[in-house]
Design a protein around this ligand. Structure first.
Ligand code: FAD
Ligand code: FES
Length: 281
């Protein structure tokens, strides 16, 4: 059992941050790694990135968007409640080393996944330029943390309610035009279309680009094959070979299609969950 120590609602309650007591996982967690949790004995296994970890406090932090039944169930838990099981750390840690100038681009909840990676690159002695975006100002998360984790931060909103009016790709392109080959790597994490278009921009400039793939996962240990992705024409398992891959080689169309494969069942599960909640309240 894993106790929830803090709960904070972000982006008008659509995103939740929980600090959870998990000392054995916290002692081993590295940037880019994730956990798989099950809220209760009937719960499905869902993967979430560790947005932070604190070995001294014995805690990990998850930041998740409420998109369906399992994340809604997780949000219903309060401080002092417990999560039945958490497996981790899973996946390959981000390869962080001193390279020069790095651009870190995050969209939506992808910013939570990007934060420890951005901080890691700064701590390794790189100059880090961060670009984050959201649909509007109210949905933007972790601006202060990303400011502290980078040397320069640019904020974008699709509707222009805050920062640059437009997409993160506009600012990414402008930075690459300004800095050229000074940029040694780009890390882009967010919705699939965002990662796809970021990788398209960086390819034009020949900048190596890492993306983090949110494929549907079940076991998280390379056995079920559910998280198959195509990278450079080869089949990889996002859970054990990733979740980070070369963005110039990922088949984003296939990833997008696989992510929507169970939408009717997901909608049905959410409807049943909401009906059950309204009956018991
Ligand atoms: C390695 C990894 C790290 C992730 N980290 C985060 C994170 O830090 N914060 C965050 O908000 N989200 C993260 N996700 C996505 C998160 O796992 C899904 O949003 C969650 O599983 C949705 O479950 P649900 O029941 O609430 O929604 P559902 O209604 O069941 O699904 C909504 C959508 O979420 C995706 N999804 C559903 N089930 C799974 C599953 N078992 N595995 C992966 N995706 C699924 C599908 O695209 C689906 O259409 C991560 C995914 C992966 C693979
Ligand atoms: S989640 Fe089963 S192989 Fe990756």
């Amino acid at each position: 059992m894993f106790k929830i120590l803090t709960k904070q609602e972000l982006a008008q309650g659509t995103v939740v941050a929980n600090e959870i007591h998990a000392p054995r996982i916290a002692g081993k967690a590295r940037p880019g790694q994730f956990i798989i949790l099950r809220v209760n004995e009937n719960g499905e296994r869902i993967p979430l990135t560790m947005a932070d970890s604190n070995p001294e406090r014995g805690t990990i932090t998850i930041i998740y968007q409420v998109v369906g039944k399992s994340t809604a169930l997780l949000k219903s838990l309060n401080v002092g409640d417990t999560i039945l099981d958490i497996a981790g750390p899973l996946g390959q840690p981000t390869p962080i080393e001193k390279k020069g100038t790095i651009i870190c681009v995050g969209g939506g909840t992808g910013v939570a996944v990007l934060h420890p990676i951005t901080r890691g690159f700064k701590q390794a002695g790189n100059k880090v330029i961060a670009i984050i975006g959201a649909r509007n100002k109210d949905l933007l998360i972790m601006e202060d943390k990303m400011k502290a984790a980078s040397h320069e931060l640019y904020v974008c909103t699709d509707d222009g309610s805050y920062g640059h009016h437009g997409f993160v790709t506009d600012v990414l392109k402008a930075q690459l035009e300004k800095l050229g080959s000074e940029v040694k790597e780009a890390v882009c994490i967010g919705p699939v279309p965002m990662m796809k278009f970021c990788a398209k921009v960086t390819k034009e400039f020949g900048i190596p680009t890492m993306v983090s793939l949110n494929a549907i996962m079940v076991d998280g240990t390379g056995m079920c094959g559910c998280c198959r992705v195509s990278v450079g024409g080869e089949t990889k398992f996002a859970c054990v070979d990733g979740p980070e891959f070369d963005g110039h080689k990922v088949d984003f169309e296939e990833l997008g299609q696989r992510l929507t494969a169970y939408q009717p069942q997901e909608r049905q599960a959410m409807d049943l969950y909401q009906r059950k909640c309204s009956c018991s309240s």
